[in-house]
Design a protein around this ligand. Sequence first.
Ligand code: HEM
Length: 488
Amino acid sequence: MISQLCYYVGVFLVVLSCLKFQTFWRKNNKSSSVGIPPGNRGLPFIGETLHFMAAINSSKGVYEFVRIRRLRYGNCFKTKLFGETHVFISSKESAKLILRNEGGKFSKKYIKSISELVGPDSLLCAAQQHHKLIRARLFSLFSTHSLSSFVILFDQLVIEATTSWKCGSLLIIQDEALKLACKAMCKMLVSIESGHELLMMQKDVAQVSEAMLAFPLRLPWTRFYKGLQARKRIMDILEKEISDRRRGIATSRVDFLQQLLANEDDKLEKGEITRLTDKEIKDNILTMIIAGQDTIAIAMTWMIKFVDENQEVLNELRKEQLQIEKKGGGSVYLTLEALSEMQYGSMVVKEALRMASVVQWLPRVALEDCEIEGFKMKKGWNINIDARSIHHDPTIHSDPDVFNPSRFPSESKPNSFLAFGIGGRMCLGKNMAKAMMLVFLYRVISSFKWKVIDSDSSIQKLALFTKLKSGYPIRLISVKDYTDKKTV
Ligand code: HEM
């Protein structure tokens, strides 16, 4: 009898302690989740990685993953990808706070596959002080003087390419733009300009770019592994080029590599910038080829698509171009001065960049616990600024899904145009990219009439940026004779 009583008291005490523990756990768990951004952390460890990979493999593109969750949870939500917490934020106030980073609480961080492919010394991945040193050195390459020479070089390349386009021929705009961008980058950076080496470079750079969003698995049949192999081949080419130049071969070449190797630089002597190691030079030449190739080709393709779909914009552009031609600056090639007169053209470029949002979010990592948008963020969390949704925010832009270049400059609000980022990590090639887009726009619009073969807006699978799946095929129906090309 007594033992039975003891048994029941024992059971009662165990149940009571369980209930107490449950209440305590719930209370504790609740208080620790207060202020954490909403979202679904998904399965243990892998979180929502499978959903993310599914979006990468779909024709809506990887951004669909973000778009769906933003609609579900609002302007700030969290998720778990590849074992890490990611927060996505879409407000220009937070963009300012995080990207301008005046308090030094954030650094840049890319997912593992990207950082391994561009290399640890790439400007894209270098942290804090290391980034500042490399950026200062590379910044000196992007002077107005070098931009002026680049504009002429790029115009020559565009004319050379477009002269071969014949009436009636079928063109894939994205492919043509990609070839042009790669040629321009290889020439400007390392003076690789023709033949087998250029073709190999194009192929390898494409393989590295394709591996950017691949699962970082180093097995011979994986995309990631093939990307790493392509990176190695590019590194070998750069290594040989550097060693040749050090032995005095081809040192008269005027390119970024030669400037990085040169000893006679005012700023170097004054200690304003530091010399880069060979490893830093190689990683950053590759970074610039990649950063300045896919992005620009995709932006150009969307721009032609938007212009074609808005004939009143096309007419306005042609009017501006006629005026510029009439003035005629006396140069066969477009110059930086001629580009500065293309005010409407510049608005078209800006609007195309806003609408296309080629780089859809800007990744950072929190260096300490902090509060953003009223939510607690923990040290080590990845904080991504959702540039695409800011570009399409109706409180910033009226009718944000309409292509309307005339919305600028009145709708230019601080921290709301993020196509090139803002703050200390802003795109180094920003002016170069805008100039390239203007040159391409000018030559295509003033020389051709075309018919679009496939206007589908589906996004290519596995692409890091908003790359059109169709590549935007067009058929040329009228070609202006280049021999009667006016001076500009
Ligand atoms: C339309 C074309 C382009 C777009 C949309 C674009 C966009 C961007 C964006 C969004 C960033 C990151 C900003 C951030 O995280 O805050 C970036 C970084 C960068 N871009 Fe571009 N870019 C373009 C063309 C170019 C070109 C032509 C080059 C030069 C060769 C270039 C070189 C770089 C470099 C070196 C960085 C790293 C800057 C740093 O971390 O300090 N980009 N770009």
